[in-house]
Write a protein that binds this ligand. Structure first.
Ligand code: KE4
Length: 426
């Protein structure tokens, strides 16, 4: 048995499925998860000394690669003065000021500890601010595991084949309405059938939890107009797209204004951080200055703020990073398409900014139903062939490939070659 396999056997005795998050268990692709000991730049090393080019990047946070020296230094310099106080620190102010400076249309921010918590809190705020109960989400979009969002969810819930989780009560789910991504008519029907009862529409501006599905031209702007017409708030869940698509996130990238924005991943620099943000009028409804309650022991934790702030500062100082990452993702997408054609493999590759996803289908993937036509068994075989060749991809068809600024031309060429060899085996 390998060290990873030994650890997995031990893990399964004390952790459900041997993991702390379902998708990590490799159930959608088979085999035993690799236990990672180190990350440096675009590479990770497992317990058996095997090295991989990493396209998971902790599911998005490691946009600058692993162990960036400036981020590690910021964490070290902060932690030697204490890890957590449960009292305000200057770093939280600097972090909120930085986010307000970088992201359009937000005036205030509240830090929390995960994307799930950010979404849960933003939904409560939307309901509190509008006095309405219903929320519209999109089938296949994932917004974390709060009860109201585990209805038609994507990501791990989709991978588990149980889009609706046990334990979510009818009461919790009854106010969540389901629309189809890139289908404005499906949204309008729900709004017309629930006049003056929809508090918000929540959307991933790029759906990155059913693979990667870009918004069709006019889709996001259409949601903005429908929200304005019906008095609902538009929530952009930017836990993945925030600070990744552009310094200003999807609002800047697509030029569409959201009323509330949720964040996670990149703003923590690898530490547990989430946030929600919006106008002063909306955000001042949050306790202690307003009637919408939300709290958190480690919210704004100074060590996590130091890591996130260091990462955001680098992204501010080097805006050219975004074009470089997009070019890297386009290179990979083009090589995947060429190899699939060469080897007669049915494949659609979606790519937006530094996000991409190969689907094993000949149906263009512009919605959840199309994403589900992908041959997940072929994806699993492709995944394992790539792993054997030293390329670490998402262990599920319904996730994204995350390109970072640390991926070198050598990494990209190696990955393209590994993909060509892997596709030849299918
Ligand atoms: P967290 O609670 O996992 O920090 O964030 C939840 C969340 C909210 N919104 C979006 C758009 C997200 O993608 C996520 C979490 N993303 C998944 C990856 N697809 C996390 C990986 C995992 O569940 O292990």
């Amino acid at each position: 048995m390998t060290r990873s396999e030994q650890l997995f056997e031990r893990a399964k005795k004390v952790l459900p499925g041997g993991v702390n998050s379902p998708v990590r268990a490799f159930r959608a692709v088979g085999g035993s998860p690799r236990f990672i000991v180190k990350g440096l730049g675009s590479h990770i090393l497992d317990e058996d000394g095997l090295e991989y080019i990493d396209f998971v990047g902790s599911w998005g946070p490691m946009v600058l690669g692993h162990s960036h020296p400036d981020i590690l230094k910021a964490v070290y310099d902060r932690m030697v003065n204490g890890l957590s106080f449960g009292a305000p620190t200057a770093l939280e102010v600097e972090m909120a000021e930085k986010m307000v400076e970088m992201v359009p249309h937000i005036e205030m921010v509240r830090m929390v500890n995960s994307g799930t918590e950010a979404v849960m809190s933003a939904l409560r705020l939307a309901r509190g601010a509008t006095g309405r109960d219903k929320i519209i989400k999109f089938e296949g979009c994932y917004h974390g595991h709060s009860d109201a969002m585990l209805v038609g969810a994507g990501s791990g819930a989709l991978t588990q084949g149980e889009p609706d989780s046990k334990g979510v009560t009818k009461g919790a789910a009854q106010d969540t309405l389901m629309a189809q991504y890139n289908d404005l008519a499906s949204v309008e029907r729900l709004l017309e059938a629930n006049l003056e009862r929809v508090a918000a529409i929540i959307v991933e501006p790029v759906a990155a939890n059913m693979g990667v599905v870009p918004p069709k031209d006019g889709f996001l702007q259409g949601l903005r107009e429908l929200c304005d017409k019906h008095g609902a708030l538009l929530i952009f869940d930017e836990v993945i797209t925030g600070f990744r698509l552009a310094a200003g996130g999807a609002q800047a990238y697509f030029g569409v204004r959201a009323d509330l924005v949720t964040f996670g991943k990149i703003i923590g620099g690898g530490m547990p951080v989430g946030a929600y943000a919006g106008s002063r009028v909306l955000m001042e409804q949050v306790a202690p200055c307003g009637p919408v309650y939300q709290a958190g022991t480690l919210s704004g934790n100074p060590v996590a703020m130091a890591a996130g702030l260091a990462q955001l500062q680098i992204l501010t100082d080097h805006p050219e990073i975004y074009a470089v990452m997009e070019a890297s993702a386009q290179y990979l997408a083009n090589h995947l398409r060429a190899s699939a054609d060469k080897h007669g493999v049915k494949m659609q590759v979606n790519q937006v900014g530094s996000l991409l996803c190969p689907y094993f289908t000949d149906t263009p993937v512009d919605c959840f139903a199309a994403a589900k036509t992908s041959d997940t068994k072929q994806y699993a075989k492709y995944f394992n062939e790539m792993l054997l060749r030293g390329v670490y991809l998402a262990p599920s068809q319904f996730e994204a490939m995350f390109v970072s600024s640390a991926h070198t031309q050598k990494d990209l060429a190696f990955t393209a070659q590994a993909a060509d060899e892997s596709l030849a085996t299918l």
